[in-house]
Design a protein. Structure first.
Length: 465
């Protein structure tokens, strides 16, 4: 167990989610605020421009500078009203001297004279409130003679902006709180099956592998897939543990019979004095029994080795040549038993494997075909090039097997309950070894038969080198 800081997936999900949301909402709010702000200024500039347009025709211009003309006679309420609703007008000559100010200046504090720069409008603070001025240059005979300044308070607009800022901030905080709370609950809810899985998994023991993880969480999601994958793995482990158990039992049983016979053979021989011939007979029996045990132990070792075989030790093996060599060893026996024997294995078809194990594959299959084919039958061995694969086919016209036995043939120690099988020497490990070797090479061993007495066909399909 590591001692790193423990942070649950739901918390982490919620934090990431919250962070993303906060960034997105803030960006949105900043954008909203900025565009609203810009919009307000633009609207106010329109207002100032409008006021300027109304007042400008009244301004009289001469070479000495501007004068208000009949501006004061104007009924305009705006230039008489003070405070936020007023429009404040000043005229300056080219030297920046003030030539006129509208009556409503009386009601305000002093406004410093500002010489306009390049800009036509500018924001300022007047009497502690946000205001904005628009400047219009004045000309006489094409000569600049001063400028008109029109000012208004932007105060109520700024208040609105302020309110918008507050609303946005509050909205963001509220949505974040809601989203974080909701997100956490949702994440917890979505991950609840994980706790159930952890609990069930911790209860499964090597001795009782029958238990399975729950897969019914209401919906089918990634966790269901995970649980099902685990269950598949459990089933395979259970099957393999069961196979190991059966193997051990079968192996013990298989060795027990010759050991018991061996013991009674020795006991009987020692019970009284015997002739040298009798001892020789007993010892011959003992030798036969130990040979039988040796075969079983040898086959078990071969099986263990082929299952743990290292595919890296593989080399290019000419399967055609190899099968020919190993199969030919059985020709004499086939002839002896009156079986027609043919081998078609062209040289030059290579697979990746080891000659020893591939030899075992060929010999096991051919040996079985001859063992389980009555006199007068036929055994045919063929190595076929199938493009990316190579197939070794061993076909006979022998005792065959029922279709439902096809898979069991490869089980360790399986021997058919058939008189012809029981009459033959064997321990039921040959096909299990063959199967393991072929599978180790990335190939597949299959058995086919049309039924009992109708012959059988074994195919070892391997990737071509
Ligand atoms: P063994 O031949 O020592 O019994 P195997 O593992 O080689 O063990 O074969 C397992 C069983 O498969 C055999 O006992 C037999 O019942 C069946 N079998 C194998 N080869 C053939 C075949 N060519 N025809 C019919 N049955 C077969």
């Amino acid at each position: 167990m590591s001692h790193r800081y423990r942070l649950s997936i739901s918390t982490r999900l919620t934090l990431w989610y919250g962070l993303t949301l906060a960034v997105l909402l803030s960006l949105f709010a900043v954008f909203c605020y900025a565009s609203f702000h810009r919009g307000l200024h633009r609207d106010f500039d329109f207002h100032l421009a409008h006021e300027t347009r109304v007042l400008l025709p009244r301004v009289e211009t001469g070479p000495g500078g501007p004068s208000p003309g009949d501006m004061d006679q104007l009924e305009s309420v705006a230039i008489r009203t003070g405070g936020a609703l007023g429009t404040y007008v000043r005229l300056f000559d080219a030297a920046g001297r003030e030539r006129y100010r509208s009556p409503n200046f009386e009601q305000q504090g002093p406004l410093p004279p500002l010489r306009p720069g390049a800009e036509k409008t500018r924001g300022l603070t007047w009497d502690g409130l946000p205001a904005r001025s628009a400047y219009t240059p004045l000309f006489h005979d094409g000569q600049p003679i001063g400028w008109m300044e029109v000012t208004g308070f932007e105060w109520s607009l700024h208040q609105e902006l302020h309110r918008l800022g507050e609303t946005l901030a509050l909205g963001i905080l509220l949505s974040l709180a809601l989203a974080l709370g909701g997100g956490y609950l949702l994440a917890r809810r979505a991950l609840r099956p994980v706790a159930a899985l952890t609990l069930s998994a911790s209860r499964i023991e090597a001795r009782a592998l029958g238990a399975r993880l729950p897969t019914d969480f209401g919906v089918h999601d990634e966790l269901t897939d995970l649980a099902e994958t685990f269950n598949g793995m459990l089933a395979r482990i259970e099957a393999s543990v069961e196979r190991e158990r059966r193997f051990t039992m079968n192996a013990a049983h298989e060795l027990m019979t010759p050991v018991a016979t061996l013991r009674s053979e020795a006991e009987v021989a020692l019970r009284r004095e015997r002739s040298a011939d009798a001892y020789r007979g007993a010892l011959t029996n003992v030798l036969g029994l130990t040979a039988e045990m040796e075969a079983v132990v040898g086959a078990m070792l071969a099986l263990a080795r082929s299952e743990g075989a290292n595919q890296n030790a593989a080399e290019h093996v000419d399967l055609g040549t190899l099968v020919c060599r190993h199969a030919e060893r059985f020709r004499a026996r086939a002839q002896e038993r009156g079986i027609a024997f043919s081998v078609e294995a062209p040289a030059g078809i290579a697979v990746l494997g080891t000659p020893v194990t591939l030899g075992m594959v060929a010999e096991n299959l051919v040996d079985n075909a001859i063992k389980y084919t009555p006199p007068g039958g036929r055994v045919r061995v063929e190595v076929r090039d199938e493009g990316t694969r190579v197939t070794l086919v061993v076909e006979d016209t022998g005792i065959g097997f029922p279709a439902d036995a096809a898979d069991r043939l490869f089980d360790r120690f399986y021997r058919a309950d058939h008189a012809a099988v029981q009459a033959e020497q064997g321990n039921g490990l040959g096909l299990a070894i063959t199967y393991a070797i072929v599978e180790q090479m990335g190939g597949r061993l299959t058995a086919h038969s049309a039924g009992e007495g109708l012959g059988s066909r074994f195919e070892a399909q391997m990737p071509k080198a």
